[in-house]
Ligand binder design. Structure first.
Ligand SMILES: Nc1ncnc2c1ncn2[C@@H]1O[C@H](COP(=O)(O)OP(=O)(O)OP(=O)(O)O)[C@@H](O)[C@H]1O
Ligand SMILES: [Mg+2]
Length: 368
């Protein structure tokens, strides 16, 4: 008798257009997605393990809702393993697979709006978008979001000046997530939204070049040609948003921001550096409020002990990254928040050295 190969399941094309699938993709809910693949494609946990390379125990925890997937690498493995088409990849927050390939057709000023409706990085509505949604369970930040919005008035097209804000704060405070959440909330306001990892000038130049190529520039062009082409494209666009994530200093980014942004051109910079006055309106962000921080901890750790969640959130300095790491640590080791708090208090120094979920330098700094 021939043995059944668990990895031999087929995800039908129509599966990706189901409303429940689209909902799971948009929520970046890998657990719900796996459940749907099991129901509609007959995939077993073993089959999912074989196709995605994710351990069976982890697949099981994800499907049971005990673990959530947050890392891009994991989402990439899932997308590859399930043969996710580009429109589904975009919905779950991944770049379309073809995005790194050169664009054969569709150059010129209208490239992004007409033939490129089918080009990589273009959503079904014709929007060019590469900004991921925020982490699942994103909380708080209403006033920071409003502060950004107030710096981004709807331009009437008369002056064309680019509105730029710089979200700054310490490592792990939530700058990147805030920028993503803002873009996600205002997605409908822009016909183009592009994320640029901006730790170095080289990274910025690469991200800018990719956007220019995405809009129809040739890969053969020099950096200066790509930049000129991009500025021209942006000037002629109705509305656009560029996010430069994790910029070290204003000098690194200023030459990549056009002077004339067209009717509505907007830039968000995230940085640990507070000095932005010359280039952008600075918006400093602080750790989360106790309420948001403790609810986040309780949600992510799946522990209903709210008093302990609050005490621990305060001990962690309400720093989102420290909270994420504490929740991951409790999930990985199956200990309660109370046990974690005891452990944290008694063994703080040694735990901080272990390189475990507790060893975050930001927390370390705050606790000394
Ligand atoms: N408002 C929020 N709600 C829920 N989780 C958050 C929020 N802000 C941040 N986080 C969590 O904290 C982690 C760190 O946040 P983020 O990456 O945005 O920090 P950052 O300020 O950009 O840090 P860095 O300076 O190192 O780039 C995120 O991965 C996320 O899990
Ligand atoms: Mg960041």
């Amino acid at each position: 008798m021939q043995r059944h190969d668990p990895s031999d399941f087929v995800v039908p094309d129509q599966f990706w257009d189901r409303p429940d699938t689209r909902e799971a993709l948009h929520a970046r809910d890998a657990g719900a997605l796996f459940q749907l693949v099991r129901r509609y494609a007959g995939a077993s946990q073993t089959g999912l393990t074989m196709r995605t390379g994710i351990a069976k125990s982890e697949i099981s925890a994800i499907m049971a809702g005990r673990r959530r997937v947050t890392s891009l690498e994991r989402f990439e493995s899932i997308a590859d393993g399930l043969g996710m088409p580009d429109h589904a990849r975009v919905q779950i927050g991944l770049a379309p697979q073809a995005s790194s390939r050169p664009i054969a057709a569709g150059s010129g000023p209208d490239a992004a709006q007409s033939p490129a409706a089918k080009a990589p990085g273009t959503t079904r509505s014709g929007r060019v978008w590469s900004i991921l949604p925020p982490v699942r369970g994103f909380r708080g930040r209403d006033s920071e979001m409003a502060a950004i919005a107030s710096c981004m008035p709807t331009h009437d097209g008369s002056d064309g000046a680019v509105a730029a804000v710089a979200v700054h704060g310490i490592a792990g405070v939530g700058k990147t997530q805030l920028a993503r959440a803002y873009a996600d909330n205002h997605k409908d306001d822009y016909s183009l939204g592009w994320w640029i990892s901006a730790e170095t000038r080289l990274e910025i130049a690469t991200g800018i070049g990719q956007l220019a190529i995405r809009l129809g520039a040739s890969e053969e062009w020099s950096s200066a040609e790509l930049l000129n082409f991009l500025f021209e494209q942006l000037r002629n666009r109705e509305s656009w948003l560029l996010i430069f994530d994790n910029v070290a200093a204003a000098a690194d980014v200023e030459s990549f921001i056009p002077l004339d942004g067209g009717p509505r051109g907007e830039v968000i910079i995230t940085s640990r550096n507070p000095s932005w006055r010359m280039l952008a309106t600075p918006i400093g962000i602080d750790v989360l409020g106790v309420d948001s921080a403790s609810k986040l901890l309780a949600d992510w750790s799946d522990d209903e002990d709210s008093a302990t969640a609050e005490a621990l959130a305060v001990e962690l300095g309400q720093l989102p990254l420290a909270i994420e790491q504490a929740a991951a640590y409790t999930a990985d080791t199956s200990i309660s928040l109370g046990e974690y708090l005891d452990l944290f208090r008694t063994e703080r120094a040694s735990l901080l050295e272990q390189g475990s979920g507790l060893a975050y330098s930001g927390v370390d700094r705050r606790l000394r």
